[in-house]
Write a protein that binds this ligand. Structure first.
Ligand SMILES: Nc1nc2c(c(=O)[nH]1)N[C@H]1C(S)=C(S)[C@@H](COP(=O)(O)OP(=O)(O)OC[C@H]3O[C@@H](n4cnc5c(N)ncnc54)[C@H](O)[C@@H]3O)O[C@H]1N2
Ligand code: MOO
Length: 394
């Protein structure tokens, strides 16, 4: 059994960033940029008013003076030409200032008298003007390392960038295996259960950035597994669940090997998730998850998500552990690193972490309630409430 750290290194080594494609900004939320975008203009393109009010040349300012209004500057329709000396220009938020060296006085601070204004006794401290280029200049490059957020899209749009270069999303084929499984919504026979892994794994993969195909459930025969692997052709990553252990009906490893899989590893010192398997299979990579739903989910979180993030082009695909204060005493661990389902409670300076009493890898309700995984090293002694422990977000 290899360590989880070694397994993580190996699964990440099996994959690389996807090819580069150009897509419209509208489709780019969540995608990772593969090349910088370049601002095609300067923003704002002119000195712009930040308020509705009156533009006055500083040179024309005298306390309480009366200035005639020379015209108007509105957003999208600026003042034409230069205002004559000794005049003011009615101006609105976002409109171009008619000349340099001015100040915008908010309309609330002006007395309007017909076609003229009475200036206030003092100029405002701020000039209420957004200088040309204060946000960014033409030629500025932008390429965040994280998946594009709605805020990034706003900035890119303002840069007049209509398309971005991103890494292609990996195609992930999800295969559940087992004679006991029926699809959600079907009626299981007395000795069957509902397949919960597929929708869960598909959603985890999609959230990480993949495009997912859920394939039909493979039965516990070599023939059915071979057929279903055939349906996965073209996928970058094939994710199976079940059939990974040592039972007579655990055939995933054997069939994958028959189909040419070069196995990177099978079995890791991790609880839950011991029978995890990974390798290269033709042009795809196979990640064989254990069937127990909690084991499948935890392995997906720890291994599948970083693989997909790396394929999507994220430079730091692995989640760093955080720290919390243990809320209860815990006994010793065994020969596997234990990822315990737990919940966080507020605490100061660190949050408090409460592991669930039952850590059975079939209990989906506890998994659904948990928000974190408390990490316990293998062969660790008992630890007490108050000690600082590591955890990962689920
Ligand atoms: N003699 C041993 N038995 C087992 C060992 C071992 O080392 N020696 N390891 C145990 C561990 S740890 C795990 S984890 C499981 C994993 O086994 P498999 O990957 O072969 O999974 P299955 O046997 O096919 O299924 C396990 C369990 O999960 C249920 N299951 C499977 N697929 C789904 C699905 N898509 N949706 C919902 N539930 C699913 C299945 O019905 C079983 O109850 O092996 C232990 N045994
Ligand atoms: O490792 Mo299994 O994944 O304990 O349930």
């Amino acid at each position: 059994m290899i360590s989880t750290r070694e397994a993580l290194r190996r699964v990440c080594d099996l994959v690389g960033p996807g090819a580069i494609e150009t897509i419209p900004l509208r489709a780019a939320c969540g995608r990772v940029m593969a090349a910088p975008a370049v601002a095609r203009l300067t923003q704002p393109p002119f000195d712009a008013s930040a308020m509705d009010g009156y533009w006055v040349a500083r040179a024309d300012y005298t306390p309480d003076a009366r200035l005639p209004i020379a015209g108007e500057s509105a957003a999208g329709r600026g003042f034409d030409g230069l205002p004559p000396a000794g005049t003011t220009v009615r101006i609105f938020t976002g409109a171009p200032c008619p000349a340099p060296g001015g100040v915008v006085i908010m309309q609330e601070n002006i007395t309007r008298e017909g076609d003229a204004i009475i200036l206030p006794p003092a100029l405002p401290e701020a000039d209420n003007i957004r200088p040309r280029g204060q946000d960014f200049a033409e030629g500025m490059e932008y390429r965040p390392a994280h998946p594009l957020t709605p805020r990034d899209l706003g900035l890119l749009a303002a840069m007049n960038v209509a398309e971005v270069q991103v890494h292609r999303r990996p195609v992930v084929a999800v295969i559940a295996t087992g004679d006991e499984l029926v699809q959600p919504g079907e009626t299981p026979a007395p000795d069957q259960i509902v397949c919960s892994n597929n929708v869960m794994l598909a959603a985890i993969a999609e959230q990480a950035g993949a495009e997912v195909r859920i394939l039909p459930i493979a039965r516990d025969t070599e023939e059915s597994l071979r057929f279903t692997f055939g349906l996965a052709a073209g996928a970058d990553l094939i994710v199976t669940s079940g059939g990974a252990s040592v039972g007579d009906h655990d055939l995933v490893g054997k069939v994958a090997a028959d189909l040419g899989m070069e196995r990177s590893f099978w079995k890791i010192a991790m609880r839950p998730g011991k029978p995890l398997m990974a390798g290269r299979m033709g042009n795809s990579v196979l990640l064989g998850l254990p069937g127990n739903p909690v084991s499948a989910a935890v392995c997906a979180q720890l291994f599948l998500v970083p693989m997909i993030r790396k394929m999507c082009g994220q430079p730091a695909p692995i989640q760093e552990p955080r720290h919390a204060e243990l809320a209860v005493d815990l006994g010793p661990t065994g020969p596997r690193r234990h990822y315990m389902r737990a919940r966080l409670e507020p605490g100061d300076p660190l949050p408090r972490i409460v592991p669930y009493d039952s850590q059975d890898s079939a209990r989906l309700r506890i998994l659904a309630e948990a928000d974190v995984l408390l990490i316990r090293p293998k062969d660790d002694g008992p630890i007490q409430a108050g000690e600082i422990v590591e955890y990962l977000l689920l």
